[in-house]
Every structure is written in structure tokens, then in C-alpha cells.
Design a protein. Sequence first.
Length: 301
Amino acid sequence: MLLKSIAVSLLVAVGAIHAQAVIPGYPPLYEVPNVNSREVKRWLKQIDLSGAPKIPLNVGEVPPCPTEPFPDRCNKWCDQCNADDLFFCRSNNTWAITFDDGPQLITPSLLDYLKAEKLKATFFLVGTNVVQRPDIVRRQFAEGHHLASHTWSHKGLTALTNEQIVAEVKWTEKLVRELTGRRLKYVRPPYGDLDNRVRYVLKKLGYTVAVWSGGEFGTNDWMLPNLITEKEIVDTFADSLDAYVAGGRKGGVISLEHDLDVHMVNLAKKLVPLGRARNITVTDVAGCQKDKFPYQRRRDD
């Protein structure tokens, strides 16, 4: 949990460099949105959450594992329970590259690299950062990248009420739709923190939960440069790809990276060639999943 706390501090510190909303009318930055706002009340009227599992709320911005057992909780990490989360994807011999926590000031540099390499990635966007840097999101969409949700304030969802989860997801959805005309379909809960209650709410909102293929495919790039070296990550990732190839390249793997700073972007440039050297198709989550409709198609608000 200490390492996760460091990650939170990094997210806030990087975001605070330019902590001023560009688009008015959205919730305060880095805070869970008010569930009593007119917009959230309207969204809550559109869905029925009465069947949500009565799982006790966790505690903390980065929730630790609950100490008390609870039947059918299916906490992603604490119970080692994947449920039907997107852990691998459908296409064989495929690697979906994803980046969390953006957009940040370094993101255009990553976009330049992906464009030069003719690659598409999935960006799990934090609403707080989108509202500060809308032009970057417009560019991501225009260049064909797959946009997905990483909530509004990047808080652990098992510690939030059902109504707060709705607010976190819908405000980010509304903002990205305002910028691109598309309604997000995929979501990655911050820290991969979810249980069956969180899953229930997200599904009611029309979302597919996409995590990552566990272990080394998580990269731990947010630990750069002080807690881990680039070489350590590259070597471990290469071993993981070798194991995937040796296993028959069944299904597609999903990696987790971040576009928070130059160290992480430089790492991404080292990892991509590893996949190509093994003749693995590098794409985004929607491509890996063979999803012809990477955004929600419903038109209601």
C-alpha cells in the first residue's frame, strides 16, 4: 500500500503543475464529484441500482484489502478474483498497449512517437486531467487512438458509494463526449480496485471493465526512476513476452503503462520494439478484443 500511496502522490503532483480547468461547468479538480448536483441526480434517475450487492465500502483513497471476509465480494486483487473483467483479449498473438492517468504535459511526445510508428493505443483518461488539457484529447481521438475512462478523480472505487461511482464515471463520460462526440465504453478502475458491487454499477452504466494481464504486464513504470530501473522493467517484460510466445500466443495480452512523465514515455519506446521483434501485433484494447464498436452506441444522456 505504501507504493500505491507513492503513485497517488505522483499523480497529484504531476497534475498540479497545470491545475486549472479549461472547460467551465465541471466538478472541482482531484475531488469526488458532488452526488447532489443536478446532473448526477438526473443520471441516477436513468439507472436502477437497487440490485447492487450490499458489499461494505472499503476505506481510504487507495483502499487496502478488507480485513473481514464477505461472501461473493470478488475483489480483484484481494480475493484474486477476475470475474468477467477483461484480463486478456480475444485476438491471438496480440498485445494491447494502454496508458493510464493522462492526459499530461508529456502526452504529446508519446503521441508523436505512436504516430511515427503507426501505432494505436488505448488511453484511460482521468476527467480531472481531461478538463485541463482538452486539446490533447481531441488530438488523441483525431489520430485514431481508443479513449477509455479512468474516472474523474482517480480514487479507489471500492471506497465510494454507488452514487459516487456514477458521478465519477459519468462526468468523465460527459466531458469526453463533449470533446469527441463519442460515449466511452471501456473503464479501468484506478489501481484495479473493484469488487462485485463496483462491477454492478459500472455495467449498469454500459461499461466493460478492462484491467491488464497481471504480473509483469503491469510494468510498474510509475516506480521509475527511483524505485526501479528501466533495464529491470525491459528485461522482465521481455521475459513475459517470451513466456507468452512459448505458451502458443493464445489470446491477447493487455499491458499497463502511464503517460505521466518522460521516464515512462521513454520506457514505452523501449517496450514496443520487444513486441515487434517477436512478431506480435501491437494494437489498442478494442482492436485486441475485435470490438467493431469501441464506444457506446446508445444516444440517451
